[in-house]
Design a protein around this ligand. Sequence first.
Ligand SMILES: [Zn+2]
Length: 299
Amino acid sequence: MDADLATRDVVLVTLDSCRYDTARGAHLPALSALGPLQRAESPGTFTLPAHAAMFTGFLPRPVEGHFEIGGQRLGSIWRSAAARARPLDGGIAFRAPSLMDHYADQSYRVLGAGGVTFFDPTNPCNSLPTRFSEFRYFGRDAASPADAATRVVDREASLTLAHVDELAQACLQARRFFCFINCPCTHIPYTSPAAVLTEETTTLLERLYHLHDAKTPHPEHRPPLEATETATLRDMQRCSLEWADARLGRLFDHLAHRRPLVVVCSDHGEEFGEDGRYGHGHPHPTVTTVPLWCGLLDR
Ligand SMILES: [Zn+2]
């Protein structure tokens, strides 16, 4: 293992709800330059458990059994003392209750940014943002009504990756940093500057939110969205992922001279009616299979 892996600055990014096959079909120059796209399996089916696991070092696990990082194969990137040893282990061993505690103990600046409502620090029930000494939240108010008017919206300022210059600046002010960024652009409603609403997609998204909220299979497993409608919505996720790639490329340009370790993955995917259900929070392969890239920036 790269002897200095444990002392590198760290960037950990989650592309919320992004499906593995969306990543396979997208043009992603910044992420491709970081490392190969790996198919991984998430231990969580929705934001809270997936991030709780990641923050304890349990990343989505590549199905090949190892992480491809800087030309090497590792069984894990971080290895909590609470975990059983695995073949090819060699990741960064730590004994603290979370990655954030571990890096804070090493005098890193630990900062996070989020955009989905599980990261809204004004909601006293949200534990995820409290794990950071500094947290920036750009998403909608978690207490706002969950209706079409607040959810089916065009987005830019509420997307974390619209703020990469500010986030990079905060990182670069520190002697060492651990920076976590949760990206909501690939989460329903899949809008970003590269995927703006039309009359057609507004209606489709309103229907999709109802299907997400139902949480139950459609009778007789007949998806209530037509294949062409699903394709339109999935194309929005791809466009917003490509926008995320461009913004991450800008972030990497800012930070590359610090040679950080970078991990980018989804927290979970999304079912689009393949077996009758929509959304996430249930253990369907379209939900548990996620894209993952990792690498070392060395420009
Ligand atoms: Zn999520």
